[in-house]
Design a protein around this ligand. Sequence first.
Ligand code: NAP
Length: 247
Amino acid sequence: MNFTDRIAVVTGGSRGIGRAICLELARRGAHVALCYAGNEAAAKETVAACEAEGARAMAVRCDVSDESQVKALMDAALKEFGRIDILVNNAGITRDGLLMTMKEADFDAVLDANLKGAFLCMKAVSRPMMKQRYGRIVNLSSVVGLRGNAGQANYAASKAGLIGLTKSAAKELASRGITVNAVAPGFIDTDMTAALPEAARTALFASIPAGRLGRAEEVARAVAFLASEASAYLTGQVLAVDGGMAM
Ligand code: NAP
Protein backbone atom coordinates (compact mmCIF):
# COMPACT_ATOMS: atom_id res chain seq x y z
CA MET A 1 0.00 0.00 0.00
CA ASN A 2 1.39 3.33 -1.07
CA PHE A 3 0.09 6.61 0.32
CA THR A 4 2.62 8.93 -1.31
CA ASP A 5 1.40 12.51 -0.85
CA ARG A 6 -2.04 11.43 0.31
CA ILE A 7 -3.39 13.66 3.08
CA ALA A 8 -4.91 12.03 6.15
CA VAL A 9 -6.86 13.49 9.07
CA VAL A 10 -6.77 11.19 12.10
CA THR A 11 -8.86 12.10 15.15
CA GLY A 12 -7.46 11.09 18.53
CA GLY A 13 -3.99 10.67 17.04
CA SER A 14 -2.09 11.54 20.19
CA ARG A 15 -2.12 8.08 21.77
CA GLY A 16 -2.94 4.39 21.38
CA ILE A 17 -4.55 3.16 18.18
CA GLY A 18 -4.76 6.66 16.69
CA ARG A 19 -1.01 7.20 17.06
CA ALA A 20 -0.33 3.80 15.47
CA ILE A 21 -2.60 4.77 12.53
CA CYS A 22 -0.76 8.09 12.05
CA LEU A 23 2.58 6.26 12.01
CA GLU A 24 1.40 3.50 9.66
CA LEU A 25 0.12 6.07 7.14
CA ALA A 26 3.19 8.32 7.52
CA ARG A 27 5.55 5.38 7.03
CA ARG A 28 3.76 4.62 3.75
CA GLY A 29 4.05 8.19 2.42
CA ALA A 30 0.99 10.08 3.70
CA HIS A 31 1.06 13.49 5.37
CA VAL A 32 -0.97 13.65 8.56
CA ALA A 33 -3.14 16.14 10.43
CA LEU A 34 -4.10 14.69 13.78
CA CYS A 35 -6.28 16.03 16.53
CA TYR A 36 -6.30 15.44 20.25
CA ALA A 37 -8.54 16.37 23.17
CA GLY A 38 -6.05 17.77 25.67
CA ASN A 39 -2.82 15.79 25.74
CA GLU A 40 -0.59 18.19 23.82
CA ALA A 41 2.68 16.51 24.81
CA ALA A 42 1.51 13.15 23.44
CA ALA A 43 0.24 14.82 20.25
CA LYS A 44 3.64 16.46 19.74
CA GLU A 45 5.31 13.05 20.16
CA THR A 46 3.12 11.61 17.39
CA VAL A 47 3.95 14.55 15.12
CA ALA A 48 7.68 14.08 15.74
CA ALA A 49 7.40 10.33 15.08
CA CYS A 50 5.57 10.98 11.77
CA GLU A 51 8.18 13.56 10.76
CA ALA A 52 10.91 11.03 11.55
CA GLU A 53 9.27 8.85 8.88
CA GLY A 54 9.69 11.70 6.37
CA ALA A 55 6.06 12.86 6.51
CA ARG A 56 4.67 16.33 7.09
CA ALA A 57 2.50 16.31 10.20
CA MET A 58 0.51 18.75 12.32
CA ALA A 59 -1.51 18.46 15.51
CA VAL A 60 -4.64 20.48 16.31
CA ARG A 61 -6.41 20.54 19.64
CA CYS A 62 -10.04 19.78 18.80
CA ASP A 63 -12.99 18.34 20.66
CA VAL A 64 -14.66 16.35 17.89
CA SER A 65 -18.08 16.76 19.52
CA ASP A 66 -17.97 20.54 18.83
CA GLU A 67 -18.88 21.49 15.26
CA SER A 68 -16.96 24.77 15.23
CA GLN A 69 -13.79 23.04 16.47
CA VAL A 70 -14.19 20.30 13.85
CA LYS A 71 -14.56 22.93 11.13
CA ALA A 72 -11.40 24.65 12.39
CA LEU A 73 -9.53 21.31 12.30
CA MET A 74 -10.52 20.58 8.71
CA ASP A 75 -9.84 24.19 7.63
CA ALA A 76 -6.37 23.97 9.18
CA ALA A 77 -5.66 20.68 7.37
CA LEU A 78 -6.91 22.08 4.05
CA LYS A 79 -4.87 25.28 4.51
CA GLU A 80 -1.70 23.32 5.28
CA PHE A 81 -2.04 20.48 2.77
CA GLY A 82 -4.59 21.64 0.16
CA ARG A 83 -6.80 18.53 0.28
CA ILE A 84 -8.05 15.73 2.53
CA ASP A 85 -7.98 12.22 1.05
CA ILE A 86 -8.41 10.15 4.18
CA LEU A 87 -10.43 10.65 7.36
CA VAL A 88 -10.00 8.24 10.24
CA ASN A 89 -12.58 8.74 13.01
CA ASN A 90 -10.64 7.21 15.86
CA ALA A 91 -11.24 9.59 18.81
CA GLY A 92 -13.19 7.82 21.52
CA ILE A 93 -13.86 7.66 25.23
CA THR A 94 -15.49 5.35 27.77
CA ARG A 95 -17.59 6.23 30.85
CA ASP A 96 -18.48 2.73 32.01
CA GLY A 97 -21.25 1.85 34.45
CA LEU A 98 -24.33 -0.27 34.80
CA LEU A 99 -27.43 0.95 32.96
CA MET A 100 -29.46 1.24 36.15
CA THR A 101 -27.06 3.75 37.70
CA MET A 102 -25.51 5.33 34.62
CA LYS A 103 -25.62 9.12 34.75
CA GLU A 104 -27.28 10.88 31.86
CA ALA A 105 -24.15 13.03 31.52
CA ASP A 106 -22.00 9.92 31.05
CA PHE A 107 -24.34 8.59 28.38
CA ASP A 108 -24.31 11.93 26.56
CA ALA A 109 -20.53 12.41 26.81
CA VAL A 110 -19.82 9.03 25.19
CA LEU A 111 -22.41 9.44 22.43
CA ASP A 112 -21.17 12.99 21.76
CA ALA A 113 -17.48 12.07 21.47
CA ASN A 114 -17.79 8.68 19.76
CA LEU A 115 -20.82 9.02 17.49
CA LYS A 116 -21.62 12.70 17.01
CA GLY A 117 -17.90 13.42 16.66
CA ALA A 118 -17.60 11.01 13.73
CA PHE A 119 -20.75 12.48 12.14
CA LEU A 120 -19.38 16.04 12.40
CA CYS A 121 -16.01 15.05 10.93
CA MET A 122 -17.62 13.13 8.06
CA LYS A 123 -19.94 16.03 7.34
CA ALA A 124 -16.99 18.45 7.29
CA VAL A 125 -14.90 16.42 4.82
CA SER A 126 -17.72 15.25 2.57
CA ARG A 127 -17.80 18.42 0.45
CA PRO A 128 -14.04 18.58 -0.31
CA MET A 129 -13.95 14.81 -0.90
CA MET A 130 -16.97 14.98 -3.24
CA LYS A 131 -15.36 17.82 -5.19
CA GLN A 132 -12.16 15.84 -5.68
CA ARG A 133 -14.18 12.67 -6.36
CA TYR A 134 -11.96 10.68 -4.04
CA GLY A 135 -12.05 9.86 -0.37
CA ARG A 136 -11.49 7.15 2.19
CA ILE A 137 -13.32 7.31 5.51
CA VAL A 138 -12.61 4.74 8.22
CA ASN A 139 -14.56 4.71 11.48
CA LEU A 140 -13.32 2.97 14.64
CA SER A 141 -16.22 0.93 15.94
CA SER A 142 -15.71 -1.97 18.37
CA VAL A 143 -16.50 -5.61 18.94
CA VAL A 144 -18.71 -4.22 21.70
CA GLY A 145 -20.81 -2.44 19.05
CA LEU A 146 -21.46 -5.83 17.43
CA ARG A 147 -22.10 -7.88 20.57
CA GLY A 148 -22.97 -5.48 23.40
CA ASN A 149 -21.24 -5.51 26.76
CA ALA A 150 -22.56 -5.34 30.32
CA GLY A 151 -21.40 -2.10 31.92
CA GLN A 152 -20.91 -0.33 28.58
CA ALA A 153 -24.43 0.50 27.36
CA ASN A 154 -23.37 4.01 26.35
CA TYR A 155 -20.15 2.90 24.65
CA ALA A 156 -21.79 -0.07 22.88
CA ALA A 157 -24.63 2.15 21.66
CA SER A 158 -22.13 4.66 20.26
CA LYS A 159 -20.14 1.94 18.52
CA ALA A 160 -23.25 0.23 17.10
CA GLY A 161 -24.46 3.67 15.98
CA LEU A 162 -21.19 4.17 14.13
CA ILE A 163 -21.96 1.09 12.05
CA GLY A 164 -25.31 2.56 10.93
CA LEU A 165 -23.59 5.87 10.23
CA THR A 166 -20.90 4.08 8.21
CA LYS A 167 -23.38 2.16 6.06
CA SER A 168 -25.61 5.18 5.42
CA ALA A 169 -22.69 7.42 4.45
CA ALA A 170 -21.29 4.61 2.28
CA LYS A 171 -24.53 4.56 0.29
CA GLU A 172 -24.61 8.36 -0.04
CA LEU A 173 -20.99 8.79 -1.11
CA ALA A 174 -20.16 5.67 -3.16
CA SER A 175 -20.92 7.22 -6.55
CA ARG A 176 -18.37 9.98 -5.87
CA GLY A 177 -15.40 7.67 -5.38
CA ILE A 178 -15.61 7.87 -1.59
CA THR A 179 -15.62 4.68 0.47
CA VAL A 180 -16.78 4.53 4.09
CA ASN A 181 -15.90 1.51 6.21
CA ALA A 182 -15.55 0.59 9.86
CA VAL A 183 -12.99 -1.38 11.81
CA ALA A 184 -14.19 -3.17 14.92
CA PRO A 185 -11.22 -3.84 17.20
CA GLY A 186 -11.49 -6.39 19.98
CA PHE A 187 -9.37 -6.06 23.10
CA ILE A 188 -6.34 -3.93 22.21
CA ASP A 189 -3.51 -3.05 24.56
CA THR A 190 -3.87 0.76 25.06
CA ASP A 191 -4.53 3.28 27.86
CA MET A 192 -8.26 2.69 27.34
CA THR A 193 -8.12 -1.03 28.20
CA ALA A 194 -5.44 -0.54 30.86
CA ALA A 195 -8.11 1.42 32.77
CA LEU A 196 -10.43 -1.61 32.92
CA PRO A 197 -10.88 -3.33 36.30
CA GLU A 198 -8.88 -6.56 36.65
CA ALA A 199 -12.05 -8.75 36.73
CA ALA A 200 -13.28 -7.26 33.45
CA ARG A 201 -9.85 -7.76 31.85
CA THR A 202 -9.77 -11.41 32.91
CA ALA A 203 -13.28 -12.08 31.57
CA LEU A 204 -12.54 -10.35 28.27
CA PHE A 205 -9.22 -12.12 27.90
CA ALA A 206 -10.94 -15.51 28.21
CA SER A 207 -13.18 -14.67 25.25
CA ILE A 208 -10.33 -14.11 22.76
CA PRO A 209 -9.74 -17.21 20.59
CA ALA A 210 -6.26 -15.92 19.68
CA GLY A 211 -5.41 -16.05 23.40
CA ARG A 212 -3.78 -12.63 23.55
CA LEU A 213 -4.54 -8.92 23.42
CA GLY A 214 -4.24 -7.15 20.09
CA ARG A 215 -1.63 -4.50 19.39
CA ALA A 216 -2.48 -1.00 18.16
CA GLU A 217 -0.25 -1.62 15.11
CA GLU A 218 -2.42 -4.60 14.14
CA VAL A 219 -5.51 -2.38 14.04
CA ALA A 220 -3.55 0.32 12.18
CA ARG A 221 -2.66 -2.09 9.36
CA ALA A 222 -6.35 -2.94 8.80
CA VAL A 223 -7.22 0.77 8.83
CA ALA A 224 -4.46 1.43 6.30
CA PHE A 225 -5.92 -1.16 3.92
CA LEU A 226 -9.37 0.46 4.11
CA ALA A 227 -7.73 3.90 3.68
CA SER A 228 -5.81 2.80 0.58
CA GLU A 229 -6.56 2.83 -3.13
CA ALA A 230 -6.45 -0.98 -2.99
CA SER A 231 -9.86 -1.09 -1.28
CA ALA A 232 -11.72 0.97 -3.94
CA TYR A 233 -14.56 -1.56 -4.39
CA LEU A 234 -15.11 -2.14 -0.67
CA THR A 235 -17.58 0.10 1.12
CA GLY A 236 -20.07 -0.06 4.00
CA GLN A 237 -18.18 -2.95 5.61
CA VAL A 238 -17.19 -3.69 9.19
CA LEU A 239 -13.83 -5.42 9.54
CA ALA A 240 -13.33 -7.05 12.94
CA VAL A 241 -9.71 -6.99 14.15
CA ASP A 242 -10.22 -8.98 17.28
CA GLY A 243 -8.34 -12.29 17.38
CA GLY A 244 -11.63 -14.05 16.61
CA MET A 245 -13.73 -12.55 19.44
CA ALA A 246 -16.80 -11.55 17.39
CA MET A 247 -17.18 -14.71 15.30
P1 NAP B 1 -7.07 5.92 24.00
O1 NAP B 1 -5.72 5.30 24.17
O2 NAP B 1 -7.89 6.21 25.21
O3 NAP B 1 -6.90 7.28 23.13
C1 NAP B 1 -8.04 8.04 22.85
C2 NAP B 1 -7.65 9.14 21.87
O4 NAP B 1 -8.85 9.90 21.56
C3 NAP B 1 -6.66 10.13 22.44
O5 NAP B 1 -5.85 10.58 21.38
C4 NAP B 1 -7.56 11.28 22.95
O6 NAP B 1 -6.90 12.54 23.00
C5 NAP B 1 -8.61 11.27 21.87
N1 NAP B 1 -9.91 11.87 22.25
C6 NAP B 1 -10.74 11.49 23.24
N2 NAP B 1 -11.85 12.26 23.27
C7 NAP B 1 -11.71 13.15 22.26
C8 NAP B 1 -12.50 14.22 21.77
N3 NAP B 1 -13.70 14.54 22.32
N4 NAP B 1 -12.04 14.93 20.71
C9 NAP B 1 -10.85 14.64 20.13
N5 NAP B 1 -10.06 13.63 20.55
C10 NAP B 1 -10.47 12.91 21.60
O7 NAP B 1 -8.00 5.01 23.05
P2 NAP B 1 -7.61 3.76 22.12
O8 NAP B 1 -7.68 2.53 22.94
O9 NAP B 1 -6.42 4.07 21.31
O10 NAP B 1 -8.93 3.72 21.19
C11 NAP B 1 -8.99 4.40 19.94
C12 NAP B 1 -10.34 4.11 19.30
O11 NAP B 1 -10.50 2.71 19.13
C13 NAP B 1 -11.53 4.56 20.15
O12 NAP B 1 -12.57 5.02 19.31
C14 NAP B 1 -11.96 3.30 20.84
O13 NAP B 1 -13.31 3.33 21.22
C15 NAP B 1 -11.68 2.27 19.77
N6 NAP B 1 -11.51 0.93 20.29
C16 NAP B 1 -10.52 0.63 21.18
C17 NAP B 1 -10.40 -0.67 21.66
C18 NAP B 1 -9.32 -1.08 22.62
O14 NAP B 1 -9.32 -2.25 23.04
N7 NAP B 1 -8.39 -0.22 22.98
C19 NAP B 1 -11.30 -1.65 21.24
C20 NAP B 1 -12.29 -1.30 20.36
C21 NAP B 1 -12.39 -0.02 19.88
P3 NAP B 1 -5.98 12.96 24.30
O15 NAP B 1 -4.70 12.15 24.18
O16 NAP B 1 -5.76 14.42 24.11
O17 NAP B 1 -6.78 12.59 25.51
